[in-house]
Design a protein around this ligand. Sequence first.
Ligand code: ADP
Length: 606
Amino acid sequence: MKLEASGDCRDTEKMPFPSEVTIGLKSDGTIFGWNNTAETIFGYPAIEAVGQNISILFTKKNFQKECEFRNKILEGNTEHYELPCKTKSGKSVFISFCSFPIKDKTGIIIGISKIAYDISDQKEAEERQAILAAIVDSSDDAIIGKNLNGIITSWNPGATNLFGYTKEEAVGQPISLIIPKDCLVEEELIIENLRKGEKIEHFETVRMAKDGSEKFISLTVSPIKNRVGEVIGASKIARDISYRDNDDEKKAILASIVSSSDDAIISKTLKGIITSWNESAHRMFGYTEQEAIGQHISLIIPKERLGEETRIIESVTKGQKIDHFETVRVAKDGTERYISLTVSPIKNSRGKIVGASKVARDISLRIEAEKQRNLYTERLQDLNKYKDDFMVMASHELKTPLTVIMANLQILHEMMEKDENSIFVKKAVKQVDKLSELIGNLLDVSKIQAGKLALKPVRFDLNVLLLDVINNFQQGTKTHQIVYKSSNKKIMITADRERMEQVVINIISNAIKYSRKAGEITVDVYKKDQEIIVSVKDEGIGIPQKDIENIFLRFYRVSGSASSFSGSGVGLYITSEIIKSHGGKIWAESKMGMGSVFHFSLPTAK
Ligand code: ADP
């Protein structure tokens, strides 16, 4: 039977086909024709292939596709398609098929003729191309192609990101689109190099984005050659290095801060060798940068403090910072410098500690001021001591003649009892009384200040003491009524009786003094928990709230209307010191114009 092919896939102009595969198939796919090229490509010799089904060349999935094409061909069509096939050894090859029907003389389709080519290399190249395109597309660098006339031929998304032009806006435009005017000459040089086939690597320059902003870039330009090696264009890879310039800027700022700082900033290795020394370090320690760098830090450490350096290095090596450590360093001229030191570890880019930075603040002025202050305080204490000693001495010395004066005045008063001039002696007695009270108070203040207020504790009934004092006062006043309230018959305490009397007298005399009009004074004594509390309530002028905390201070007197009463401002101070020295507390409550209540507590006698 003579078979006739009904079509031919060969393009006669592209002849010859050195590796053309020809395969003849029956309608059911049985191979009946198999040329040498088929043998070479698929590995089956004709003797093996003929009689087999074409399915031997395909995987299951691809055979299904082959069958689909076969059905169309058997319907009279010519089909061009590409399918992966497998060789006898299992290797994969990519085949381009042109399959058409074989008809008998009567025109009935009785088989299929296949002309095929191995296009594996071309497919691989295409794949490589696709990978390259994907790399170019995904690169952060701007990758631009241009021809030798400087016309942009390709433009990746990185270029869009960097320069702002889209691919559509850039391709076809001259590359000068992104070159600032003053850099245009660079382009000529680049083209010149390219023509010679030379590559330009990491050329740092400036380009201009669509918005007019300048971009600092590192440029690598490589020639693009055609198959025969002629340079036909260039590929440009531009890397944005603006951030690096920022880094440089930051470094420059830091450097200027260090050099202009008022603190001495020094860095050293872990072995203590000075590696940097700023202007303030020069000012503070006298050594110039040239003199200090390379020297051991002990250059400025006094011998007796060398141990500090060991401890500092130990901490820094562990990554610990030393904050505001006050110490002494020595300058070139031998003078001492008081400094506050902050030492931090220096790490390299891999995080390893390689040294230490020291920031030294000159605190000489502060230390000097502290010394002066201490000296002043010491002098003040001395002066106070002299003053206290003088007060004790003076009060003592005044007391004796005053007692004599008083005794004589009293004799005189008795002698002149019926004399009309006895009024003058009475006046003198009153003033000497005041004077001796004042001297007594000043003597007490001095003793308290000197910590010499000696107590003579005895056990006694507080009720009795209070009643005595109240009776005395009541006899001396017609204007004020003193009411006494006690919840217990006996209130035994252990205290200095005389001092306690002094306390009660002070408080009741104030209650009378600071009540202009006649009024009632209530003295109340009761036990509460582990304490005995005595309260003295008056109906006097009251004490402003802002003063109430201060009335127990030495020489404190309330200003305003209260200042019209004579007094020295030491009574409540002495009172509160006596109470405190007995382990008690004293406090006051008051309402202006309504009166005040003074309370003091004493621990119950054991
Ligand atoms: P002074 O000698 O001035 O009375 P004190 O130390 O005894 O000194 O009292 C201090 C101040 O407290 C007085 O100047 C007075 O203003 C105020 N003060 C004390 N007791 C009373 C009181 N019962 N009523 C109003 N003010 C008082």
